[in-house]
Design a binder for this molecule. Structure first.
Ligand code: 3PG
Ligand code: MG
Length: 397
């Protein structure tokens, strides 16, 4: 896959597709600008090379209609501050006004286009919309890893129309780190899988059973595994329809000699509430009518022993309801164990990044993915449509 470094950008109109789909608070302030900072290297590089930098992104899910709640205007402001230069903001992403704004650009200018998803054609992967976008540029750069699992016009169809298509630094980095961890890992490779539902992670777990040496399970999804080997889990969330699948995954792990770890104790609560009554119990003693809300200290210690022996760690999903202080300890202790390990450590998807930033350990994790769904699709062993399209475009006809 060609990157932005392999081509000449000087004086060119460079359309850079990024994913700056950042969380906003109730006053439309950016709550976390990680995804904006993550694409600065690509934008700065293009500016250093004297390009005219046109930036496109989606924001939220406006369902194909203009909706000011999902405007990229706050991103234009933040980007301007981070780049320490003026960022012009276009009122749309295609159309005559945008075309003329692009025509007026000088080398070294930055223009941010309004939300791609204000047009239903974006998510329909519409070919003529993609062609219109492509007409804005001489070079198309995809640096939008977090949306690479979506078959959208600005990341898939556009590669058929843009004269030159290359990857930006973020996309390249994400794929490189992931490949390093999953394709040819230093072993043992330990995967930590958490989050609420087994149903979201079945594909990932099946793929991991072909690659990892050990699996550590946490979060509410662990309940289904506990139940399938006959532990009582009280009123905890269980996916009863998946008990057979859960049992079958555990049997496959045993057959293949893969360590499959489920919690040995838990923090339980008498109701799903931050102020609930809580206690720590061995997994054999979950009271009837109570709920498992987090892994307990014995599980954390057990998992830490596994993690200290790891050479590669891949992590997706929290160990408990970490958004509530009373049930955040399990997840934050795993953050610490991962940070303290001697392994190459990769984390992503399903609030894992949030948990790591909250624990203040982001600088001690090798790589934190900006992707949610895209990271999970990679874990499942899927090919990302945007990556496939970019690779295809880069091949000689
Ligand atoms: C994300 O945050 O998951 C990406 O920006 C993709 O957005 P989507 O899930 O709305 O397609
Ligand atoms: Mg998503």
């Amino acid at each position: 896959m060609k990157t932005i470094k392999d081509i000449d950008l000087s004086g060119k109109r460079v359309l850079t597709r990024v994913d700056v789909n950042v969380p906003l608070d109730e006053h439309n302030n950016i709550a976390d600008d990680t995804r904006i900072r993550a694409v600065l290297p690509t934008i700065n590089y293009a500016l250093d090379e004297n390009a005219k930098v046109i930036i496109a992104s989606h924001m939220g899910r406006p369902k194909g209609k203009v909706d000011s709640k999902f405007s990229l205007a706050p991103v234009a402001k933040r980007l301007s501050r981070l780049l320490k230069k003026e960022v012009n903001f276009a009122p749309d992403c295609v159309g005559p006004e945008v075309t003329s704004m692009v025509q007026d650009m000088q080398a070294g200018d930055v223009l941010l286009l309004e939300n791609l998803r204000f047009h239903p054609e974006e998510q329909a992967n519409d070919d003529s919309f993609a062609k219109e976008l492509a007409s804005l540029c001489d070079v198309y750069v995809n640096d939008a890893f977090a949306v690479a699992h979506r078959k959208n016009a600005s990341v898939v169809a556009i590669t058929k129309h843009a004269p030159v298509c290359v990857a930006g630094f973020l996309l390249k980095n994400e794929l490189n780190y992931f490949t390093q961890a999953m394709e040819n890992p230093a072993r043992p490779l330990v995967a930590i899988i958490g989050g609420a539902k087994v149903s979201d992670k079945l594909g990932a777990m099946e793929n991991l059973l072909n690659r990892a040496d050990k699996l550590l399970i946490g979060g509410a999804m662990a309940n289904t595994f506990l139940k399938c080997v006959d532990y009582e889990v009280g009123e905890s969330l269980v996916e009863n329809g998946l008990l057979w699948d859960a049992r079958s995954l555990m049997k496959t792990a045993t057959k293949r000699g893969i360590g499959f770890y489920i919690p040995v104790d838990a923090v339980v609560a008498d109701r799903f509430d931050k102020d609930a009554e809580t206690k720590i119990v061995p997994i054999q003693e979950v009271p009837e009518k109570w709920l498992i809300m987090d892994i307990g200290p014995a599980t954390s210690l057990l998992y830490s022993e596994v993690l200290y022996g790891a050479k590669t760690i891949v992590w997706n999903g929290p160990m408990g309801v970490f958004e509530m202080d009373a049930f955040s300890r399990g997840t934050s202790s795993i953050v610490n164990h991962v940070a303290n390990s001697y392994a190459l450590t990769i984390a992503g998807g399903g609030s894992t990044d949030v948990a790591i930033y909250r624990a203040g350990e982001s600088h001690r994790i090798t790589y934190i993915s900006t992707g949610g769904g895209a990271f999970l699709d990679l874990l499942e062993g899927k090919t990302l449509p945007a990556v496939a399209a970019l690779e295809e475009a880069g091949e000689p006809a």
